[in-house]
Design a protein around this ligand. Structure first.
Ligand SMILES: [Zn+2]
Length: 113
């Protein structure tokens, strides 16, 4: 099972950076984790946020967020369109299912004639 982080959304924030107090550095990225193997892929129902300051080049963790940052992150998090967390079959899975059905039809055909 391979796990990937899919980038859903990316935006600049005009908030003060808690580290360097610059107002032009904060960048918010929203990710959704996705698991996949050869047969299917499935997105996680949870999304992950990352706040990075490009001025002081620091990742700002949620413990350091002030109320304004929390509010704006919350706003963007609610607006972002996530992928449904249902299982999506890949071509190989459809092929195997189709092959199974053909085998079954052949088997029934041989057994009844
Ligand atoms: Zn900063």
């Amino acid at each position: 099972m391979k796990e990937t982080l899919e980038k859903l959304y990316n935006t600049r924030l005009n908030n003060n950076c808690p580290e360097c107090y610059d107002v032009n550095g904060l960048e918010l990225t929203i990710y959704q984790r996705e698991k996949e193997n050869a047969l299917y892929s499935q997105a996680s129902p949870n999304i992950e946020t990352e706040l990075h300051c490009n001025t002081c080049n620091t990742r700002i963790y949620p413990v350091n967020w002030d109320l304004d940052i929390e509010r704006i992150v919350d706003y963007h998090t609610k607006r972002v369109k996530t992928k449904p967390s249902t299982i999506r079959l890949k071509k190989l899975a459809y092929f195997l299912i189709a092959a199974d059905i053909i085998l079954l039809i052949l088997l029934i055909y041989y057994l009844t004639t």
